[in-house]
Write a protein that binds this ligand. Structure first.
Ligand SMILES: [Zn+2]
Length: 298
């Protein structure tokens, strides 16, 4: 009996540590892309890190519980301070650590819709006491842009460009012209069907257009950081566009033939040749057909 009780207390203790402390199971992996740039993976959206002359420029910050580990991972590369943290969009697996990074040396930058949507989200979590108002305030981007924004550092130019109604309504793609690295946020899920957030301004047509915009910018040597999935390149990006365009044509045809959402969701043939490569736990074959139908029948 005593051991059972001890076992229970131990698991309770581990649960408390696991939920309130730093997550012990997630390891932050650092992948060097160029002499100045790195991709960090852990849990949530892929992080981009640029080591400039005097400072670090960082893209996305995963979840709040991982902030300490992410900071340690960056410290293992450089002692320079993080001057800018850019959010590719508002989702919590890309902005969750904002309040932990937001201090007197780090300025958070994002598209204006990211700020607007985070303000909306804050109202809810603050009113239900899930978050205090000071932390909620620190989560918000301090500088916003509408179409594009440029950052200059020695001979590097960093271009943050907004793409309309793609994954959400506040997406940015960030291109480092000298390093030839492109961070696409969630406007690209490499080797996975995309999540398109139709409730937050995302759309299938906007998503495909955003991918095309990126493929025009990229060349054969460009290293592409997707929002999720492994490091990618132009060739894979082009195949990804062809895949989404093929599904677009098939679903559009079904809609024009008067098929219902249920019929399209049940019709495996529409995505059959792509499922083995692109279907995954979060976006199954059925889910991607549902997303396409709902977006294209609007
Ligand atoms: Zn997202």
């Amino acid at each position: 009996m005593k051991t059972l009780k001890f076992g229970f207390l131990l698991s309770l203790l581990l649960f408390v540590i696991g939920t309130h402390g730093q997550s012990t199971d997630v390891h932050i992996t650092v992948e060097k892309l160029t002499p100045q740039m790195y991709m960090l993976t852990g849990q949530g959206g892929n992080i981009g890190v640029y080591i400039g002359e005097d400072y670090v420029f960082m893209i996305d910050d995963q979840f709040s519980r991982l902030s300490l580990k992410i900071k340690q991972a960056i410290k293992s590369i450089t002692t320079k301070p993080i001057a800018y943290l850019l959010n590719t969009h508002m989702h919590g697996d890309h902005t969750g650590g904002n309040s932990n990074f937001n201090d007197k040396t780090t300025t958070i930058v994002a598209h204006q819709k990211v700020r607007e949507r985070l303000i909306e989200e804050n109202k809810e979590v603050v009113s239900t006491n899930k978050l205090d108002s000071v932390t909620a305030y620190k989560k918000l981007p301090e500088i916003t842009f509408s179409d594009a924004m440029l950052f200059y550092d020695a001979d590097e130019t960093i271009m943050a460009t907004h793409v309309h109604n793609a994954h959400t309504d506040g997406d940015a793609q960030i291109y480092f012209s000298k390093n030839n690295v492109l961070h696409m946020g969630d406007t690209y899920f490499s080797s996975k069907y995309p999540y398109i957030d139709l409730n937050r301004g995302g759309s299938v047509v906007g998503y495909i257009n955003a991918l095309k915009k990126a493929s025009i910018l990229a060349n054969e040597d460009t290293k592409i950081i997707p929002g999720h999935g492994k490091l990618s390149n132009k060739k894979e990006l082009e195949n990804y566009i062809l895949m989404l365009e093929a599904i677009y044509v098939s679903v559009k045809k079904e809609i024009n033939a008067g098929k219902s959402l249920e019929q399209v969701m049940a019709n495996n043939a529409i995505t059959a040749k792509f499922d083995a490569t692109y279907a995954w736990s979060f976006i199954s074959a059925e889910k991607i057909r549902e997303t396409f139908y709902k977006s294209l029948s609007k």
